[in-house]
Ligand binder design. Structure first.
Ligand code: SF4
Ligand code: ZN
Length: 738
């Protein structure tokens, strides 16, 4: 143990405690002692203090007790005595400093309520790049990734790199490994966050690069995040500091990178982090703290060149990360899943209403295809002008001794997240409404459409070893080929859909869950029954059953539906229990057949969204491809933005196109007879099935009584039409309160 580091850290802790005591006194001069304090929208108070001391800081005066604890923790000053036993006092000093940092940040929220953005994303134009404490919504969504393994850990970077390029290099290296990067503090009047922006790197929760704040005290948000994860997902009780710190040491793989000279404040923070088992790896020449004891390996490692800092950090913390070796010129991994390709970054897009984009996975005979072969038929992306659009057909053939046609839709649905894993490429939708956006940066780095095939080949082999022996991918970009594929695909989709056509919900005792979308919508749980296909349209009951066969621990689990609690609205005891658990308590129950009363949760990939139209005593629905106004006052994109976060929103529900003509469609609210408005294109697409369904319910011309945008896009505009057509909804019992 180095005496110098201990000296600096203990000195730092003394300074920090005194300063924050002063800041607290000053706050008392401005605010009443009972003024509420805390981080916004959290149930964890000041989480480091709450988790370790069990103290709920709710009012300004509650800080006093914490400051007293901090003061008491300060060890005697180092005088130049013996060598080794500094670790205990050093850790205490660090802890005192960290408690004070958390109070300092809470005081900042009090004094400058607008300093931090309350958002997942920065607002670069407004110059607001600091996100501060994650609120509980963000935390629940992201925190679980540390527990379920989709994020191996986090790197807390304090300070600034010598230049933007170095900052970019280091951070992207972490990002590639799926680690979160938490940014705090400044050095030489700049910060890594600012450097990344200069280097054109997107920062924010969505890219896993989180700019907490410009001061070293904001590093406390990283530790608070880790402790909340331990309380929420690890069941550690507030105040049980021993278990809390052990949990972090053993379960949360995190470390600190100090970029720039380590002054006394940083040293105190680094000492504090050792309590968590989080070591510090520095690029400057500070005395090392090598003996292992608390951290997995060393405590403080210094003088690490920038080119090696990532590797070294991972080694020191003892992290195991697997980097998928996928041969494309772009980075690849779950960290890029949430990344957007925005207007000014866009090079070219396929689908999204501009062109047709279709995906189809089909089984092939073993000798029919060649494993790893990727063929592009038609022009590649660089042959399109910047800002352009092109049609695209992705046709994947799979052969395998254990492969069955039932598995086709499961693999097809993976295309969505796998393409999203490519840096600079964004994927939305599925089936024949896929939409891919490719950024300029990706094209500059040499992205070719063929790389989609490379990714699918590699990942299908990796993720579905058991059933996949050969994968061949053909990409079509000529209009006539895409049209041909689309036609064929639609026939396939119909076949798949028809497999559940004759089944009823009463026929089966088992439904299936789908939680594939939780990475975007954390509380979202689809329950798929024969008469309610998944809202993305890509998974029906049969598909979920097949998916469960392939992967018994995967996202599609059987749910024994159990006692029926409400046959009209469609609610079952077994489903409720499952949903409660799978949403981690966020959703306690929902109804399959109602949008008025506790509807099923909705995520962003639904094919359609239905909404109540109270003056028409009915409901409307709108599909993703329809971009115009609707009588509920919102366009599809707005609806999806508001409803698509995974919550249950009474009055609205996401559903698949196919579901509209399933017998149980909003049966609890009166069924399809309530449908008074839908876009013309959707009507046409479903014409045949709507006619058939109309016959079944004794209103054969129902389709002609449903208004569309040619009639109007407000309730007032369509009501006369509904009256003229004698739409059945008008004579039904009231939609609300009925
Ligand atoms: Fe699964 Fe539902 Fe997402 Fe479709 S929308 S992939 S069914 S969770
Ligand atoms: Zn989804």
């Amino acid at each position: 143990m180095s005496k110098l580091v201990a000296f600096a850290a203990i000195q730092g802790a003394y300074n920090i405690v005194s300063q924050v005591e002063g800041e607290y006194k000053k706050a008392l001069e401005t605010f009443n002692a009972d003024t509420p304090v805390g981080f916004p929208n959290t149930a964890y108070y000041l989480p480091v203090i709450y988790s370790l001391l069990g103290i709920k800081v709710e009012k300004l005066e509650d800080m006093k007790q914490v400051l007293e604890v901090a003061r008491k923790l300060l060890p005697p000053h180092i005088k130049g005595m013996n060598h080794l036993p500094y670790l205990g006092p050093l850790l205490d000093a660090g802890m005192a400093a960290l408690f004070c940092f958390e109070i300092r940040e809470a005081l900042r929220y009090l004094n400058e309520p607008d300093f931090y953005l309350h958002s997942e994303e920065i607002d670069e134009e407004a110059g607001k790049i600091w996100l501060g404490a994650a609120d509980d919504t963000v935390f629940r969504k992201r925190g679980v990734e540390f527990v379920d393994g989709s994020a191996p850990g986090f790197a807390a970077i304090v300070g600034a790199a010598p230049d933007p390029e170095t900052a970019k290099l280091i951070v992207e290296e972490y990002q590639r490994r799926g680690l979160y990067v938490f940014l705090a503090a400044n050095h030489n009047h700049t910060t890594v966050a600012q450097q990344l922006l200069q280097a054109g790197v997107q920062i924010g929760w969505n890219t896993r690069i989180v700019p907490f704040g410009p001061d070293i005290s904001s590093a406390i948000f990283a530790l608070g995040f880790a402790n909340r994860a331990a309380m929420a997902f690890g069941g550690v009780q507030p105040g049980d500091y021993r278990r809390m710190l052990l949990y972090n040491k053993n379960r949360i793989f995190a470390f600190v990178n100090a970029l720039g000279e380590v002054g006394t404040d940083w040293a105190a923070a680094a000492a504090g982090a050792i309590n968590w088992g989080f070591p510090t790896i520095a690029d400057t020449d500070i005395p090392q703290v090598l003996p292992t004891g608390i951290c997995t390996y060393e405590h403080v490692v210094s003088n690490v060149p920038h080119a090696e800092i990532v590797q070294k950090s991972i080694e020191v913390r003892g992290l195991k990360v697997t980097v998928s070796q996928i041969d494309i010129p772009l980075s690849f991994g779950p960290a890029y899943e949430g990344e957007r390709v925005r207007g000014q970054d866009l090079y070219c897009q396929m689908g999204g209403g501009k062109t047709q984009c279709t995906e189809l996975v089909k089984m092939a005979e073993m000798n029919e295809i060649e494993d790893g072969k990727v063929v592009l038929v038609g022009p590649d992306i660089n042959e399109v002008k910047e800002g352009g659009a092109m049609p695209l057909g992705i046709y994947v053939q799979i052969a395998g001794r254990e492969f069955q046609t039932d598995f086709e839709p499961i693999l097809e649905r993976q295309i969505h997240h796998l393409v999203n894993y490519i840096q600079g490429v964004m994927h939305i939708g599925q089936r024949d409404i896929a939409w891919i956006r490719v950024s300029k940066a990706a094209v500059q780095k040499g992205f070719s459409l063929k790389h989609l095939g490379v990714v699918l080949h590699a990942k299908f082999h990796q993720d579905f070893t058991k059933i996949v022996d050969k994968v061949q991918v053909t990409l079509f970009t000529k209009q006539e080929d895409v049209d041909k594929l689309t036609q064929r695909a639609r026939a396939e989709y119909k076949l798949r859909d028809d497999r559940v056509e004759k089944m009823t919900d009463e026929d089966v005792e088992i439904y299936y869950s789908c939680t594939l979308c939780q990475s975007f919508a954390p509380s979202h749980v689809c329950t798929v029954s024969p008469e309610r296909t998944g809202l993305c349209g890509a998974y029906n009951w049969m598909d979920c059953k097949a998916s469960y066969e392939i992967n018994p621990t995967g996202p599609n689990q059987p749910i024994v539906k159990g006692e029926c609690l409400d046959p009209k609205l469609g609610q079952w005891k077994g489903v409720n229990e499952f949903v409660q658990k799978a949403s981690r308590g966020a959703v306690s129950h929902y109804n399959f057949y109602s949008l008025v009363h506790s509807p099923m949760t909705t995520c962003g990939c639904c094919e359609c969204i239905a909404a109540m139209l109270p003056s028409c005593n009915g409901i409307m629905t709108v599909n993703r491809e329809y971009t115009g106004d609707t009588p509920c006052g919102m366009k599809f994109t707005t609806l999806a933005g508001v409803m698509g976060g995974g919550q249950s929103s009474p009055g609205f529900v996401g559903h698949s196109k196919y579901n509209i003509t399933q017998r149980k469609f909003i049966a609890g609210d009166g069924g399809i007879k309530r449908l008074v408005w839908m876009p013309k294109m959707l009507k046409e697409e479903l014409r045949e099935r709507l006619l058939k369904r109309g016959q079944e319910i004794g209103v054969p011309d129902l389709i002609d009584r449903i208004a569309d945008e040619t009639v109007g896009t407000t309730e007032e505009e369509i009501l006369p039409f509904l009256r003229e057509k004698n739409h059945p909804a008008l004579s039904m019992e009231p939609l609300i309160g009925g």
